[in-house]
Design a protein. Structure first.
Length: 364
């Protein structure tokens, strides 16, 4: 034994492995008030999400919101729940599985897992799993194309909190944004065009992004600007003129002013102005979820139709579409540049390759 070899169970000097962690927002485990309450408590306790001093916010959260909202939200979750579970979790899991396959086909030998910022599987849980598998380098890839302190930065906070408890840290990289990535824009355009080929085209394409309080823009958050750039690039890719596109923001919470214009009031105004058919796409959501399937395809649809609209077409999120997984693979590869991700052929494969070369030489 070498003079300085560590005694078991130490495993210093293992073969380096690389992991990609696809992170989404989260979901309750079941559409029940108890599980929804646990999820909302974690989500709404994040100071990145609710930027109100805890001394002021906690009495509101525990005294009012967590007493009434879980039952209301649970009913909404039940309306979109699938036999496989939460749509957000189902699509995110499929994306991670497909991403691993696409990276493998491109010659990259990497581990791929998915995690939820709130709920399960959690970010610390999946980072622990990567370490147990020997990952020495990890790329953290949020499912948020547009950067916001309320989403992307919160994922980074969770990773940093986990890091603070580790002695031997893996090398970490973060993808902050890809709102203008050509592959992402092309995947969005392909999604819209596929829908148009099957269902025809409406008078207006409304692009609805998740909202954030307006004060975040004034404090320097780039989310609003990045959402508008995504919308502009998508409209250009589709060859649309300005009067054929509307950009709005949804999911307002509380009484504060959020980014405007708001989605549902805009749909009502369109119907009242004589627009009979509208197509709605949600470019900032890479997976269908409560906010797209219930808030947009149910509540917003109802508002548009009740205001005089005749046709409301919801265009699904990117989900597991091949152009999107190809774009996701490209984004991951770009940010893993310089890391040893390429497969190294084993001795048997090298010998087989050499034998084939000798055979070709003999035949010639």
């Amino acid at each position: 034994m070498p003079p300085f070899a560590p005694e078991p169970p130490f495993t210093h000097g293992q073969t380096p492995r690389i992991g990609v962690l696809l992170c989404n927002l989260g979901t309750p485990d079941t559409p029940t008030p108890a599980d929804v309450r646990r999820y909302l408590e974690q989500f709404l306790s994040d100071q990145r999400v609710v930027e109100i001093p805890p001394l002021l916010w906690k009495p509101i959260l525990y005294g009012f919101i967590l007493r009434s909202r879980p039952a209301q939200s649970a009913a909404k979750y039940r309306s979109v729940w699938t036999p496989e579970g939460s749509p957000l979790k189902v699509w995110t899991e499929k994306q991670a599985l497909m991403l691993r396959g696409w990276l493998g086909e491109a010659g990259h030998q990497v581990l791929v897992r998915y995690a939820m910022r709130y709920g399960s599987p959690s970010i610390p849980e999946q980072l622990d799993a990567f370490k147990a598998e020997g990952a020495t380098r990890i790329l953290v890839l949020p499912a948020y194309p547009q950067y916001s302190g309320t989403t992307t930065a919160s994922v980074i906070d969770a990773v940093n909190a986990w890091s603070a408890r580790q002695r031997h840290l893996p090398e970490l990289r973060f993808v902050n944004r890809y709102h203008d990535d050509p592959g992402y824009i092309a995947a969005l355009a392909a999604r819209v065009e596929t829908h148009w080929r099957a269902e025809g085209r409406g008078e207006v394409l409304l692009m609805s992004f998740h909202g954030v309080p307006e004060r975040t823009l004034k404090l320097g958050d780039p989310y609003h600007c990045e959402a508008l750039k995504t919308a502009r690039l998508l409209a250009s890719e589709l060859g649309l003129h300005q009067h054929e596109v509307k950009v709005t923001f949804q999911s307002r919470f509380g009484k504060a002013k959020w980014l405007e214009p708001y989605t549902e009031p805009t749909l009502v105004q369109l119907a009242q102005s004589g627009v009979k058919r509208v197509d709605v796409v949600c470019p900032g959501f890479t997976s269908d979820c409560l906010e797209t399937l219930e808030e947009i395809n149910m509540e917003a649809r109802h508002a548009f139709m009740n205001a005089g609209g005749e046709q409301f077409h919801y265009i699904p999120c990117l989900n597991d579409s091949h152009p999107w997984i190809a774009a996701l693979s490209g984004i991951a590869q770009q940010h893993m540049a310089g890391w040893p991700t390429r497969r190294v052929p084993d001795a048997r494969a090298l010998e087989a390759s050499a034998a084939r070369a000798r055979e070709r030489g003999a035949a010639a």
